[in-house]
Design a protein around this ligand. Structure first.
Ligand code: UDX
Length: 435
C-alpha cells in the first residue's frame, strides 16, 4: 500500500506524518513548490508540537517524500488522500474549486485502480459531484473508471494533532464499494479505535454535524455565562456540575470569549448555507453563530464599563492565537478585540508565544513584546485572550508591581478568580464575576 496525500496544509502534512509513523510509504504533494522545498528541509509550514521531529526522522528514513507533480504521485501511489482547503466563499458556502481541480488532474494520470479518499471537509453531496467529474474526465480520455471514492473526514484538533491522529475516538469511513472498504480496513488496522462504515453522504454529514454540535456546546455555555455574570453564579461550577452527567459530558463546556479557528466558523457557515439552499432553516445553528459573533462585543462592553473612555489607555493583551499551542490566528477572537481597541484609540501591547508575527501583518501599530511581563508594563488593564501555559504561569504577584492598574479581564476563565483577588487584582471573567 503506498499512500499519496494531495495538499500540504495542516491536515495533509499531519496525515502524511502519521501514516509514515504507522510504517507506510507516503508521498505528500502540493503545487506550491516553496512549500515542498520547506518540507524537504524538515521545516513545517505551521507550528504544531511534536511533528517537526517526526518529519525530520521520516525524511531521513525515506518513509516520507514530497513532490509537486500529480503525474508522479498518481504513478507511485494506490491510495490518494485529498486534503486541499475548502475555504468559505462570500455566501458562506465551501469553495470546492481546489478539490474539483485535484480530481480533474487525477483523471489525466489514472491508469490503474485507485482509492480516492476525501479528507477535506466538503458539503453533503460533494462525493457524488466528484464521482461525476472523475467519470466524465476519464470518459473524455477513453479510459475506464478504475477508482473508488471514499469519504474519511478528519477530526484532529490544532495543538493536539498528533495525539488526535494517533488515538482517534473513532474513524469514519464513507464507502460504497467492498474492495475499497477492505483496503480502508487494512489501512487503519493498527489504529486502536472503532471504524464506522457509512455511506459517503453520511460521512460528509457526520463531519459537519460533529463540528456544529461542539460549537453548539460552546455557544450554549457562553450564553449561560452571560446570564451567570454578575448574578453570583460561577459558570465554571455550573459546567462542572452539568458535565458530570454522562449524557452531557464535560468537554467543550469551557465558557470564554468565543470559538475561532479554521474549522468551526467556516463549517457552521457552510452548513447554514446548505440549509438555506434546501429551504430548511436551522435556527439553533444560526443562534450558535450569532452568540459566537457577539461574544467578544459582550466581553469588551465589560472592559469599557470599567475603563470608561479607552482613548490613550494602555491595554495589555495576553494571547493572540485562536487557542494555545498553535500559531493559527484565523478567526481568533483577539483580532476582533484589537480592532475594537484601536478604533477606540487605545494603545495596545500584545504578547503571544507563536502568533505575534502573523497578527503584526494585520495590525502593525500594536506593540508586540517577546515576554508576557514586558506586555504588562504600565498597563491600565490586562486582557487574557488565549490560555497559553506561559501566560498562566506568569508571576502575577510580581506582575502587579509593573501594571499601572491591576484590572484583569480573563477571556478564557483560565485563572482562579479568588487567587487573583487575593493578590489584589480586580478580576472579571466570563460568567464568573462578582460572586
Ligand atoms: C476543531 C474540532 O475540535 C476538530 O475535531 C476538527 O477537526 C477541527 O475543528 P480546532 O479548531 O483545532 O478543532 O480546535 P478546538 O479545540 O475544537 O477549539 C476550537 C475553538 O473553540 C477554540 O477557539 C477554543 O478556544 C474554543 N473552545 C473550545 C471554547 O471556547 N470552549 C471549549 O470548551 C472548547
Amino acid at each position: 500500500m503506498k499512500i499519496g496525500v494531495i495538499g500540504a496544509g495542516y491536515v495533509g502534512t499531519t496525515t502524511s506524518i502519521v501514516f509514515a509513523k504507522y510504517g507506510y510509504q507516503v508521498t505528500l504533494m502540493d503545487t506550491n513548490l516553496e512549500k515542498i522545498k520547506t518540507l524537504y528541509q524538515s521545516k513545517l509550514p505551521f507550528y504544531e508540537e511534536g511533528l517537526k521531529e517526526l518529519l525530520h526522522d521520516y525524511i531521513v528514513e525515506q518513509r516520507l517524500s514530497f513532490t509537486n507533480s500529480m503525474e508522479e504521485i498518481m504513478k507511485e501511489c494506490n491510495i490518494l488522500f485529498i486534503t486541499v482547503g475548502t475555504p468559505s466563499l462570500e455566501n458562506g458556502k465551501a469553495d470546492l474549486s481546489f478539490v474539483e481541480e485535484v480530481v480533474t488532474q487525477m483523471a489525466k494520470y489514472m491508469d490503474d485502480y485507485k482509492v480516492i479518499v476525501i479528507k477535506s471537509t466538503v458539503p453533503v453531496g460533494t462525493g457524488d459531484k466528484l464521482n461525476d467529474i472523475l467519470k466524465n474526465e476519464l470518459k473524455i480520455r477513453n479510459k475506464a473508471p478504475t477508482f473508488d471514492l471514499v469519504s474519511n473526514p478528519e477530526f484532529l484538533r490544532e495543538g493536539k494533532a498528533l495525539f488526535d491522529a494517533l488515538y482517534p475516538d473513532r474513524v469514519i469511513v464513507g464507502c460504497e464499494s467492498t474492495k475499497a472498504r477492505e483496503i480502508m480496513k487494512e489501512l487503519y488496522k493498527d489504529v486502536d479505535t472503532s471504524i464506522l462504515f457509512t455511506t459517503i453522504k453520511e460521512a460528509e454529514m457526520i463531519k459537519y454535524a460533529s463540528n456544529a454540535f461542539l460549537a453548539t456546546k460552546i455557544s450554549f455555555i457562553n450564553e449561560l455565562a452571560r446570564l451567570c455574570d454578575g448574578k453570583g453564579v460561577n459558570i465554571n461550577q455550573v459546567a462542572l456540575g452539568m458535565g458530570m452527567d454522562k449524557r452531557i459530558g464535560p468537554d467543550f463546556l469551557q465558557a470564554g470569549i468565543g470559538y475561532g479557528g479554521s474549522c468551526f466558523p467556516k463549517d457552521i457557515k457552510a452548513l447554514l448555507a446548505l440549509a438555506f439552499d434546501m429551504d430548511t432553516p436551522m435556527p439553533i445553528l444560526q443562534a450558535v453563530k450569532d452568540i459566537n459573533e457577539t461574544q467578544s462585543q459582550w466581553f469588551m462592553k465589560k472592559v469599557k464599563q470599567e475603563l470608561g473612555n479607552l482613548e490613550e489607555k494602555r491595554i495589555a493583551i495576553l494571547g493572540l492565537t485562536f487557542k494555545p499551542k498553535t500559531d493559527d490566528i484565523r478567526e481568533a477572537p483577539a483580532l476582533k478585540v484589537i480592532d475594537y481597541l484601536l478604533k477606540n484609540k487605545a494603545s495596545v501591547t500584545a504578547y503571544d508565544p507563536q502568533g505575534s508575527e502573523h497578527v503584526k501583518k494585520i495590525y502593525p501599530t500594536v506593540t508586540y513584546t517577546p515576554t508576557p511581563l514586558q506586555a504588562l508594563e504600565d498597563a491600565d488593564a490586562v486582557l487574557l485572550l488565549t490560555e497559553w501555559q506561559e501566560i498562566l504561569d506568569i508571576d502575577w504577584e510580581c506582575a502587579k508591581s509593573i501594571i499601572s492598574n491591576p484590572l484583569l479581564f480573563d477571556g478564557r476563565n483560565a485563572l482562579s478568580p479568588s487567587n487573583m483577588m487575593k493578590l489584589g487584582y480586580r478580576y472579571f471573567g466570563v460568567g464568573n464575576t462578582n460572586f
